[in-house]
Design a protein around this ligand. Sequence first.
Ligand code: GLN
Length: 545
Amino acid sequence: MKSNPKAEKVKYIFVTGGVLSSLGKGIAAASIGSLLESSGLKVTLLKLDPYINIDPGTMNPLQHGEVYVTDDGAETDLDLGHYERFTQARMRRANNVTAGRIYDNVIQKERHGEYLGSTVQVIPHITDEIKNYIRAVGKGGVDVVICEIGGTVGDIESLPFLEAIRQFRFDVKAKNVLYVHLTLVPYIKTSGELKTKPTQHSVQKLREIGIQPDILLCRTEQSLSKSLKEKIALFCNVAVDSVITAMDVKSIYEVPLSLEKEGLPRIIISKLGLSVGALNLEPWKKIIQILKKPRGGEVDIGVIGKYVDLKDSYKSLMEALIHGGIGNEMAVNIHWVDAETLENGADPSFLKSYNGILVPGGFGERGIEGKIRAVQYARENKVPFFGICLGMHCAVIEFARSVAHLKNANSSEFSSSSSDPIIDLLPDQDAAGNKGGTMRLGEYPCQLRKKSNAYEAYRTREIYERHRHRYEFNNRYRIQLEEAGLKFSGLSPSGNLVEIVELEDHPWFLAGQFHPEFKSSPMEPHPLFKAFIAHSYQYRDENHK
Ligand code: GLN
């Protein structure tokens, strides 16, 4: 494949992972992006996922973690959330590609006769398709593409991706490509030693495929000594200064600073021959300072959810709450409450230990009545309440049942026979049939009422937020609920869709149809999370807790 002279300036960093999963490849890739941005470069990121699903939209959050939604409505891997939180790069559909998408494209081309009778094979057809995606994200004026390969080196399914990135170095100038390998150097307590063998084996595996890593990020709980780095360098054929201690840190937001201390940006910049300005890490330093010494105190937030055991299912939400804290110079203690524990007449009074209650998004009936019970508790006891998507559905159902006397109010997602489907399918959507991409997805505008908590937080009349849902507020009930005291403070520009509801006569009760957590970052905490945390703190203060 010929290289394109215009694209020759773009540099590519490939991030692979070894030994085991969950080492934090996504955070490592995002941190590299952030460090390069801090020296004035324009970066973008790409996640290549080796599984066969076309996208993670249909995957169980328990297995795969949260589905992250981009402005253009793509349902993507949660690592794209890290990319957007750590960098200025905006992710779109093309920034996450799965093996399923690659094979689907190749099969479509084959059906259209595009391969002119040749046998369609992993090499070159699948690998070419992968490389096309890598090259495509490098267009549009970026200096560096950081491409993370999902999975662990040694997996059968990641082989075509590794082969594609191996070839890539020959398609563009070799000096424009860097391979960064994240590996584990475990500390064995009984012998009091750090062990390098898993790293050696993982790099061997990579070299068998034909990839010689340039930089090793060694995830570890103890700093690597010089002699240990020398040993790893020798066995893995890597320069000593390119063996980097990737130390366990308390907050993911410490990773960029910790990697900078190890000299990572300097090494990347020199290996890729980049010309850059001085590194400005002040914004990160400020964030770490707040996280370490929150001057504003702390708040306890109860999150009433379904997947309380696996926090990855609510990744962006958890981060957005922390950002809300950063925005107020406060620490946020997140308490996960299994919604089912609030069902069947259970006493909700344990909720009184929280200064704010949040019901997040979700799908399916399990735990619904518990979530509705939590809303009722927050409404009656005037505890700050924040409902997100399904959380808004619960808030509206609770209000309809308890205040507007619509005892059977429900969402048609949970009860097809409810006489009062207060939350219903969008008229132009059919929930049956194809499950992928049948939702209202991506960014939509919303107009705010001036006298509202929403406006108070955003300070602007028009906002843009990301959606991922099938069901909506049923307009048949708008007048009735408004008369009963529900305030519709955010509507779609046509006025047709209810996007935000609030309660008067309550310190802060706000529920939205969209997912604000997808647009929050530590540098720019989302206005609604910031306001929710501020009001929760005020509640705590007033209740002398
Ligand atoms: N299950 C609800 C719907 O499809 C809410 C979705 C969500 O919370 N993201 O409308």
